[in-house]
Design a protein around this ligand. Structure first.
Ligand SMILES: Cc1cc2nc3c(=O)[nH]c(=O)nc-3n(C[C@H](O)[C@H](O)[C@H](O)COP(=O)(O)OP(=O)(O)OC[C@H]3O[C@@H](n4cnc5c(N)ncnc54)[C@H](O)[C@@H]3O)c2cc1C
Length: 427
């Protein structure tokens, strides 16, 4: 994307084309203007357009340029926070509401994909949270118990059962979450854009918003070449936020995360390694993730930025770690590589902000934005349509607040991941 193969890697190579869109030029009127062409903005646009609302999306670069086009493609149910801890963090009302909404998030994503026939390599076979060591086993046992108590279809697998599904004996078991799945993330974003356009939304790419002003009861949103006037404003810029909503970005600590995709595995290897195509990640603090794409390429990732010395260090680590995890892949070639920035909040939970009268947005998905972005986009649409009140939203309103030592923490995450990966394969 934008001629940089390290931004969107495999996903750029294999996604169906984006719809043809142009930069905004001149002045236009709308009911709702949405800033950001990722899952949150596109899902809001789709649901608003389906309800007959005049909606305009302004994306600074291209559809899926932010996290939506760079992620691993795990459609997770819930957040990192333990289910039992959520009511304590958010209060019982918002806590249980959020658990319910995000627990059902993957199903909402799958229904949209099926309804709009989005070609995005959807798999519905669940995800595996893989336990490393005794502490990892304890963590997944606690998660399993807490979700099962809520009636969620999660299952604790023994080491042998995990090995049969993954093809490695590295783990002391895994938590199988049958609600979850995988998809091709950029294809999903582009598919949402096609669906929103078909429903009547207007999309402008190459349209960075540079200014936002309230004029009477309406918003005036400026890009370099044009202006949109609208009753409502949705800010859906998350970790890639720039321009007037710098505060959204500054509230988060950016954690870099990279992926390498192998060449397609042989049929023999595919029969042994993830034959069920579950998406996987482990319980290690500097975690690793892996999954298959539709052609049988293994996508293997971890924390770190593929720039400067990190590019060489992380690639060397990925080769060693993959060889240790799945020795039959020791000599396999990497076909593509890419990385992006995950926006982390101080309590690992997303945020709902108001940016003025009739100006709203969700952000801060902590590396779990496919399902939350999709369902929160729909929630924003329903709120604007008057179908749910502010009191019924899944999160309380908060003001963006920058955490202390944000830039130092970001530098430490990037350097710390490089040091850890330089020191050796961790499995
Ligand atoms: C490497 C990586 C791996 C991840 N893995 C997973 C995963 O496996 N599963 C999962 O669920 N989530 C994952 N995530 C998180 C997920 O990708 C994000 O949470 C999700 O993309 C957020 O969606 P969004 O629409 O809110 O924001 P984004 O997708 O980031 O879109 C925001 C858009 O806003 C645009 N923008 C910003 N400022 C302006 C402006 N001033 N004017 C116009 N446009 C603007 C940006 O260009 C961008 O396209 C991962 C993220 C990364 C980076």
């Amino acid at each position: 994307m934008l001629n940089d193969p390290r931004t969107h890697g495999l996903w750029e190579k294999t996604a169906p084309p984006a719809p043809q869109t142009q930069p905004l030029a001149g002045k236009i009127e709308a009911d709702v203007v949405i800033v950001g062409g990722g899952y949150t903005g596109l899902s809001a646009a789709l649901h608003l357009a389906e309800a007959g609302t005049r909606v305009v999306v302004l994306e600074a670069k291209e559809i899926g340029f932010g996290g939506a086009g760079r992620n691993v493609g795990l459609i997770n149910a819930g957040m990192w926070v333990m289910p039992d801890d959520l009511p304590g963090e958010l209060g019982p009302v918002h806590g249980e509401r959020l658990l319910d909404l995000l627990g059902n998030g993957p199903r909402a994503v799958m229904e949209i994909i099926e309804k709009h026939q989005i070609a995005c390599e959807l798999t519905k076979n669940g995800t595996l949270h893989c336990a490393v060591g005794d502490s990892g086993r304890k963590e997944i046992e606690a998660r399993a118990e807490q979700w099962q108590r809520r009636g969620a279809p999660v299952e604790l697998l023994s080491a042998a059962e995990a090995e049969a599904r993954i093809g490695t004996s590295a783990y002391q078991g895994a938590l199988l979450d049958r609600r979850a799945g995988t998809l091709q993330p950029l294809a999903y974003a582009r598919g949402l854009a096609h669906a929103a356009l078909s429903a009547g939304a207007t999309l402008h790419t190459g349209s960075a918003v540079t200014a936002a002003a309230r004029n009477g009861t309406r918003w005036t949103i400026d890009t370099t070449e044009g202006t949109v006037s609208a009753d409502w404003l949705i800010v859906a810029t998350d970790a890639y936020s720039h321009g007037p909503w710098q505060t959204v970005r500054e509230e988060q600590v950016h954690l870099p995360y990279f992926n390498f995709a192998t060449v397609p595995l042989t049929d023999d290897q595919r029969r042994k390694i993830l034959p069920g195509l579950e998406g996987c990640w482990d319980t290690v603090e500097i975690l690793s993730s892996f999954r298959m794409d539709a052609r049988g390429r293994l996508v293997f990732g971890s924390v770190g930025a593929l720039r400067g010395p990190g590019a060489t260090i992380h690639e060397a680590w990925a080769r060693r770690a993959l060889a240790k995890l799945l020795p039959e892949l020791a000599d396999i070639d990497f076909e593509t590589e890419w990385y992006g920035q995950i926006g982390m909040t101080d309590n690992a939970l997303p945020r709902f902000h108001k940016f003025g009268p009739a100006a709203i947005g969700f952000s801060g998905y902590n590396g779990r934005g496919i399902a939350p972005g999709t369902v929160f986009g729909k929630v924003l649409a329903r709120h604007i349509l008057g179908q749910i009140s502010e009191e019924e939203l899944p999160l309380p309103v908060t003001d963006p607040k920058a955490p202390p030592f944000r830039t130092a923490k970001e530098a430490w995450y990037e350097a710390g991941a490089a040091i850890a990966h330089f020191a050796g394969a961790r499995l």
